[in-house]
Design a protein around this ligand. Structure first.
Ligand SMILES: [Zn+2]
Ligand SMILES: [Zn+2]
Length: 150
């Protein structure tokens, strides 16, 4: 019996639904309204500071990549643990019982580490675009441009 489990990897948004982003070019950090972004089907965002335009994923910060890596690693490990438990509990093997293995899967340590979602540590201020009403957050006094207007 093979079960395929899927889990989409997502960086959690903050309590206001804002997704933290970091520019790969100028390293500035900002936040965008993810729900609004997805709702409108935008393909790219623009860095509010240096105006570099690229896909949303290219603005994932190093900390966020680390987080996604550890989440996917934990997910893979827990899937493995479940599989091993299934095997040792006999739920997925034949009942001939010729071989007995005494292993408690719960004792197997895969080195799983829980990771906190990364947060942007610098102070940001809320902006709402005059043109399109899109809300975003940029560094204070950076006069950032709207990440979605063209
Ligand atoms: Zn930039
Ligand atoms: Zn705009």
């Amino acid at each position: 019996m093979t079960q395929v489990r899927r889990r989409s990897l997502e960086i959690p948004v903050d309590e206001d639904g804002m997704l933290g982003r970091g520019c790969p070019r100028c390293r500035s950090q900002f936040k965008i309204d993810l729900e609004r972004y997805e709702e409108r089907g935008f393909m790219n965002i623009r860095c509010p500071d240096c105006r570099f335009i690229s896909e949303l994923d290219n603005f994932t910060t190093g900390e966020q990549r680390d987080y996604l890596y550890s989440v996917s690693r934990n997910f893979a490990l827990s899937t493995m643990e479940d599989l091993i438990e299934d095997v040792f509990n006999g739920s997925s093997s034949s009942s001939s019982g010729e071989v007995e293995i005494e292993v408690n899967a719960g004792d197997v340590d895969f080195g799983r580490v829980e990771t906190e979602p990364p947060t942007i540590s610098i102070e940001l201020e809320e902006e709402v675009c005059d043109e399109c009403g899109f809300s975003f957050q940029v560094e204070i006094e950076s006069n950032g441009v709207c990440p979605v207007c063209r």
